[in-house]
Design a binder for this molecule. Structure first.
Ligand SMILES: NC(=O)c1ccc[n+]([C@@H]2O[C@H](COP(=O)([O-])OP(=O)(O)OC[C@H]3O[C@@H](n4cnc5c(N)ncnc54)[C@H](OP(=O)(O)O)[C@@H]3O)[C@@H](O)[C@H]2O)c1
Length: 324
């Protein structure tokens, strides 16, 4: 087990986003529920979702169905701030996707309503880890997290988290209530900001790595996207960039083969070796992939291998901008 603040979780969690339609390839609810049950049956008891994945809380409702009758086994993590109720205003949040911005509202007056809606979707009475999904440019994170502190006080939330924040925002929020985890895009093709990692370490905050497989790229299996795949919005997956990135990634894929593991496992094991409190949350619709990913927790990389990998990563010249 690893710890995120005072919350104990397995070294590798599960990101459920891919189980809603329109993300990375086709899926239906039966396949999604099979995937979630496979995760739980194989010790992946930290499930990450959001009220913004899929329409009308679809992803949270899937998670709620999967954990029915086994709630005590599971650490349920969800997020708020992007799924703004109809009739309520929102502000632009700039991102590196082709569409340019998300919209959100993290006004403190909305936070209890967000949590109550998520609790209904998840069919539970407490959220184990509750993240602000993206900071709202119009509201200081300290104010938003003050409302999360009220939820902790009321027993609706056990631990607080922040996603997609700066080191300064993390420090500010941690002054309002203890933050268990900061969630950030971190993988072999997306380094973490050094000051964010240093601040998390100093404050005893765990780091949850989102898209730890580079939204699938680092598995080595993505050479073409289906129509309707959300990654069409990500510059690194633009057809020309994707082909170049795959060529440039070849030495790292080869290293995985030499080690007798898959590229996905190397990507996850590499992350686990970066810090004692990092927890990757890969997503998958496919039971064999889920097992493969969870097994990466048992892989030890020799210091010589890590040094070789760092050299290969230093010359892995990724084409296409980042998402944040
Ligand atoms: N906080 C945020 O703003 C934020 C943003 C993005 C994501 N997230 C979180 O991070 C989680 C994971 O991120 P992600 O889904 O974007 O990307 P990811 O975990 O990096 O990659 C998922 C993709 O990899 C494929 N895959 C997984 N394991 C594989 C394996 N062993 N072999 C071959 N292919 C494999 C999956 O396809 P198959 O289905 O075919 O296995 C899926 O298309 C999300 O579910 C979400 O919870 C958070």
């Amino acid at each position: 087990m690893r710890t995120l603040g005072k919350l104990a979780v397995p070294p590798i969690g599960f990101g459920a986003m891919v189980l809603s339609p329109g993300i990375y390839g086709s899926v239906d609810d039966d396949r999604a529920l099979d995937a979630l049950r496979h995760v739980l049956d194989h010790g992946g008891t930290h499930i990450d979702t959001s009220d913004a994945y899929g329409p009308d809380g679809h992803n949270e409702r899937l998670v709620g169905r999967a954990i029915k009758g086994r709630r005590e086994e599971v650490v349920v993590a969800t997020k708020f701030g992007l799924a703004v109720p109809s009739g309520v205003g929102s502000r632009a949040i700039p991102v590196g996707y082709a569409f340019g911005e998300l919209r959100g509202n993290a006004d403190p007056s909305l936070v209890r309503g967000y949590a109550e809606r998520s609790l209904r979707n998840l069919d539970t009475d407490v959220i184990d880890l509750y993240y602000l999904h993206y900071p709202d440019p119009g509201v200081p994170v300290e104010d938003t997290m003050g409302a999360v502190a009220d939820l902790v006080e009321a027993g609706l939330v056990r631990h607080a988290g922040l996603s997609n924040v700066t080191a300064e925002q993390l420090r500010g929020a941690h002054g309002v209530l203890p933050i268990a985890a900061v969630q950030v895009e971190w993988s072999m093709w997306r380094p973490i900001e050094p000051d964010l990692l240093a601040t998390a370490r100093e404050l005893g905050v765990g780091v949850v790595a989102w898209s730890p497989l580079g939204s699938g790229f680092l598995t080595g299996d993505v050479s073409k996207l289906e129509e309707g795949d959300f990654r069409h919005n990500a510059p690194r997956f633009d057809a020309e960039n994707l082909a170049k990135n795959n060529d440039r990634y070849a030495p790292i894929r080869l290293l995985a083969t030499e080690l007798g593991i898959t590229p996905a496992q190397l990507a996850l094991a590499w992350l686990l070796h970066q810090d004692a409190h990092v927890v990757p949350i890969p997503g998958s619709r496919t039971p064999a992939h889920i097992t493969e990913n969870l097994e990466a927790a048992d892989i030890t990389l020799h210091p010589d291998t890590l040094a070789r990998l760092e050299r290969a990563l230093a010359s892995f010249d990724v084409v296409g901008g980042t998402l944040l």
